[in-house]
Design a protein around this ligand. Structure first.
Ligand SMILES: [Zn+2]
Ligand SMILES: [Zn+2]
Length: 88
């Protein structure tokens, strides 16, 4: 199991806006915007994990918003293996 440091509040990522240099605010996971409240969310999640792109296993994408110039960007937080994951 992979853990995202931002989702779990372990690490605060402070990004400077590339346009104006202001401190950007974290606005949640990208996946939360694309698949909100869907009853099939768990199924699509599994399909993503089984897809051909392994980067989804390593990175958790978060939206960042600049309150000064309204610039949006996505930040890929590198996830790490949970120390609580069961040994297989
Ligand atoms: Zn995350
Ligand atoms: Zn800005």
């Amino acid at each position: 199991m992979q853990i995202c440091p931002i989702c779990n509040g372990i690490e605060l990522i402070h990004l400077a806006c590339p346009h104006c240099g202001a401190l950007m605010e974290e606005h949640g996971k990208v996946s939360d915007y694309y698949a909100p409240y869907s009853p099939y969310r768990e199924i699509s999640h599994v399909q993503t994990l089984e897809g051909s792109d392994p980067i989804h296993l390593l990175y958790c994408n978060h939206y960042y918003h600049c309150p000064h110039c309204q610039h949006f960007l996505t930040y890929s937080a590198k996830q790490f293996a949970s120390p609580f994951a069961p040994m297989v």
